[in-house]
Design a protein around this ligand. Structure first.
Ligand code: PRE
Length: 276
């Protein structure tokens, strides 16, 4: 199976893809950015894609919600991984020697507190964490550093100057497994990702939430997103979990009658949230 990811070997997407498809034979295809990954999934060039959607320090990757909607991607699963960040540079360097640090924007955000100790360092966004390590190595940027995984430092033969530099140790990223169409269910799904547009009436969102409450459905996330071409109007991306799939089906039925739009992006097996 071909799995598209954003990033090269040593990136966190690579790790998430390898862990999720651990018992499958896979070939991982790197993409430079999330849009080209989304396009390729829609065009069915890849069997699956893996796409980060939120991090417990840096927050939600809002543009990825927009891409899921724009390319009408289906969500077939999720995986949560612990993210450990390291400051990486050429051998013999210390953090005090660096004048620039490259990494993925989400990684820079996760290390903001650490980086604030080095005001002389210019922060520069790069495609992905591991590729930023490769880039400073290949270009011989002696006074530059990169933020990435331990594995990325090993792969590209660079030094780790400081490890676990994320602002909080409970640093997890949730990745979605995406596809161009829904898979048939080989087991009863436990979670769904929906896009809901309510009527523009007083209490319309409360009515939607009441449907979930009355059917014993638990929300794990609600994210408002602007509707393109309708300034100051919003769609809600809602993730829900349940004990009984029939309750979810009933809620979905009631929701379709109440809301202006209900789109199911995916019904899938809930990922395990790591505790360390
Ligand atoms: O650059 C990487 O290594 C990635 O896999 C990207 C990414 C992200 O998109 O959030 C993945 C996990 C971490 O939160 C940091 C960066």
């Amino acid at each position: 199976m071909e799995i598209g990811i954003q990033g090269v070997e040593g990136s966190f997407h690579n790790e998430a893809a390898s862990s999720y498809f651990v018992d499958k034979e896979i070939a991982i295809q790197p993409f430079h950015d999330f849009r080209s990954l989304a396009k390729s999934i829609q065009a069915k060039t890849m069997d699956y894609g893996v796409m980060a959607i939120e991090n417990t320090i840096a927050g939600t990757i809002l543009p990825n919600y927009a891409l899921i909607n724009e390319y009408d991607l289906k969500i077939t699963g999720e995986i949560y991984t612990r993210i450990e960040m390291n400051l990486i540079a050429h051998k013999g360097k210390k953090a005090e020697d660096l004048d620039q640090v490259f990494s993925h924007p989400m990684a820079l955000l996760q290390c903001a507190d650490f980086l604030a100790n080095y005001p002389q360092i210019k922060l520069s966004e790069y495609d992905d964490t591991a590729d930023s390590v490769k880039m400073i190595r290949d270009k011989g940027l002696e006074n530059a550093g990169a933020i990435a995984s331990k594995k990325a430092a090993e792969i590209f033969g660079m030094d780790i100057l400081d490890s676990n530099i994320e602002t909080n140790k409970k640093n997890y990223t949730r990745f979605l497994i995406i596809k161009s169409r829904m898979n048939g269910h080989d087991q009863v799904p436990q979670k769904a990702s929906l896009r809901v547009i309510t009527k523009h009436d007083p209490g319309a969102l409360a009515d939607v939430l009441l449907i979930f409450k009355l059917n014993g459905i638990n929300l794990t996330k609600i994210q408002s997103m602007p509707i393109l071409g309708k300034p100051y109007q919003y769609a809600f991306n809602i993730d829900v979990v349940w004990e009984d799939y029939d309750n979810y089906k009933d809620a979905l039925h009631a929701l379709s009658a109440k809301a202006e739009l209900v789109k199911v992006h995916g019904e899938y097996k809930k990922g395990n949230i790591p505790t360390v």
